[in-house]
Write a protein that binds this ligand. Structure first.
Ligand code: F6P
Length: 557
């Protein structure tokens, strides 16, 4: 096994330390001294305009970060991923989400398998199915067309589809809605199904492994709900054939484990596969995106995939100096490892992107929350930062205070679109323009702050001046797109996928495994008998767990 380069032993790392020690952040002075700063640090990436100029970087810092990328072997690791090498070493798998968006005429053979043909075979089946649902050709057991698609999945089998569906609501077909059940808390399933008509509801059970406790439990509950409701309405009788027929018409599946799909009772003809080289959190552009394909249609989904592909091509071919995912990944390294940032905010000024921060939490934190490197040796620096966020302007009235005047450095990505889906005016006021004024104002306020002199000049009483001073030099990246199209959503996702990978490369970690979620899953199954009242199982737990379970058992109705 190749040993990862220890980034902290490179010359570039030492240079960055020296640069950090000498750093006196002063965005006001930096912009004054260099009239080209905004232009030089702005980039076009497919439809995205990205401004890095309000970050705490100088030419020397960027140059040192570039040397760091070179010294840790960034380019060869990136190329290995695109070529299908097994860079997910702890699972001995290729990492090929980029193959999911290759055009039909591209070529990629991995282990003798024509990956592009496989991908497009599934896409064609998804598109044909989506068309049937959208046109009303696919009907439920009583001959009614489908009006609601309920996706049952969790993690990557939920967060991607729900985020993209919400982002692209203006593109969905009228009269065809999607809902999402993820949590094993039975309230999620109950609330989601409460007002649905089983005769017009289609369930997609999405699970890469088809073993996930939450998803299979929810799928069984949904199946019981469907069969009970249909029987109550007199739509089916209680024979096995009628029940099987109903499940066949109201349940489809997305999985890499097609044998397990059949065991659940779903017709393999209605199952859409993908491959072990697609990580769950990298899977929304695989068959896991089926709810999105149904909602926005095959053309929209093609556009979505084309957006990813445009960013992939940039990441693969653009020179390091203009390579945006590389630059943004390295910036995050600068903040985490040199400026001691613990978190990173993502603040969409687009209400339709309200689930984007949650989506990014899995993408970034499941990928880079690691403390050993891919060869099993301990990491030599801090790794994954906490990603979090909420849409603006709501966040401005909640947590921005801490970003502006708190003691912690919080780099923030601001995301907005030029053209909203709803360009509503309020009298003479362009409401979206007003919304964007907030987007622009916040990054300026964070960067340039407000000095004591400026506060005094407003006539503020001297004792209040310190409280009203904004230090500034709070780093932000601004990302704008012309509109929130399917392609732009694909571009945004691919951008963050590659940023995450770049950080993983520098840290020498496997960004594509997720062993850290296993222990909790295993213990839940071990503790379950105690929760169900088995005294022996309860006695086997630690004292704290025993006490809490006992309290629960005493309080339970
Ligand atoms: O949380 C762990 C995890 O394995 C994620 O990586 C994955 O997206 C999620 O569970 C769901 O897994 P599956 O799609 O196999 O049900």
């Amino acid at each position: 096994m190749i040993t990862p380069v220890d980034a902290t032993t490179t010359e570039a790392w030492a240079d960055l330390r020296t640069l950090k020690d000498a750093l006196v952040p002063d965005l006001r002075a930096w912009f004054e001294a260099d009239p080209r700063r905004a232009e030089d640090l702005s980039y076009d990436l497919a439809d995205l305009r990205i401004d890095l100029s309000k970050n705490l970087i100088t030419d020397d810092i960027v140059a040192a970060l570039m040397r760091l990328a070179e010294q840790v072997g960034f380019a060869s690791r990136r190329d290995a991923m695109f070529a299908g090498e097994r860079i997910n070493v702890t699972e001995n798998r290729s990492v090929l989400h980029t193959a999911l968006r290759l055009p039909r005429d591209a070529e990629l053979t991995v282990d003798g398998q024509d990956v592009v043909t496989d991908v497009h075979e599934v896409l064609d089946r998804m598109y044909a199915f989506a068309d049937k649902v959208r046109s009303g050709e696919w009907v439920g057991v009583t001959g009614q067309r489908i009006e609601t698609v309920v996706n049952i999945g969790i993690g990557g089998s939920d967060l991607g589809p729900v985020m993209v569906y919400e982002a692209l609501l203006p593109y969905k077909q009228d009269g065809l809605d999607c809902r999402f059940i993820s949590n094993i808390d039975p309230s999620d399933c109950a609330e989601t199904l409460a007002d649905l008509d089983p005769t017009t509801t289609l369930f997609i059970v999405a699970s890469k492994t088809f073993t996930t406790l939450e998803t299979l439990t929810n799928a069984r509950m949904a199946r019981s709900w469907l069969l009970d409701k249909l029987a109550e309405a007199g739509a089916i009788d209680s024979t096995d054939n009628a029940r099987r027929d109903a499940v066949g018409k109201h349940f489809v599946a997305v999985s890499t484990a097609l044998d397990k799909v059949a065991d659940f009772g779903i017709d393999p003809a209605n199952a859409f596969g993908f491959w072990d080289w697609v990580g769950g959190r990298y899977s929304v552009d695989s068959a896991v995106g089926l709810p999105v394909a149904i909602a926005i249609g095959p053309d929209g989904f093609r556009d979505f995939l084309a957006g990813f592909h445009a960013v992939d091509q940039h990441f693969l071919n653009e020179s390091p100096e203009r390579n945006v995912p590389l630059l943004m990944g390295l910036l995050n390294i600068w903040y985490v490892n040199f400026l001691d940032a613990h978190t990173h905010a993502v603040l969409p000024y687009a209400q339709y992107l309200h689930r984007f921060p949650a989506y990014l939490q899995q993408l970034t934190m499941e990928s880079n929350g690691k403390s050993v490197r891919w060869d099993g040796t301990p990491v030599t620096s801090h790794t994954g930062e906490v990603f979090w966020g909420e849409p603006g302007t709501n966040g401005q009235h909640a947590f921005y205070q801490l970003i502006h005047q708190g003691t912690r450095l919080i780099p923030a990505d601001f995301i907005a679109v030029a053209n909203p889906a709803h360009p509503v005016s309020d009298g003479d006021t362009d409401v979206h323009g007003l919304f964007l004024a907030n987007f622009f104002a916040q990054t300026a306020a964070l960067a340039f702050g407000k000095t004591a002199e400026e506060v005094r000049a407003e006539g503020t009483a001297e004792e209040i001046v310190p409280a009203r001073v904004f230090e500034g030099n709070k780093p932000t990246t601004s990302i704008m797109a012309p509109e929130l199209s399917p392609s732009v959503v694909g571009q945004l996702i691919a951008l963050y996928e590659h940023i995450t990978f770049v950080q993983g490369i520098v840290w020498g970690i496997d960004s594509f495994d997720q062993w850290g979620v296993e222990l909790g899953k295993k213990l839940a199954l071990e503790i379950a008998p105690a929760v169900f009242g088995d005294a022996e199982a309860l006695a086997a737990q630690d004292p704290s767990t025993q006490a809490m379970v006992s309290w629960y058992l005493a309080k339970r109705d």
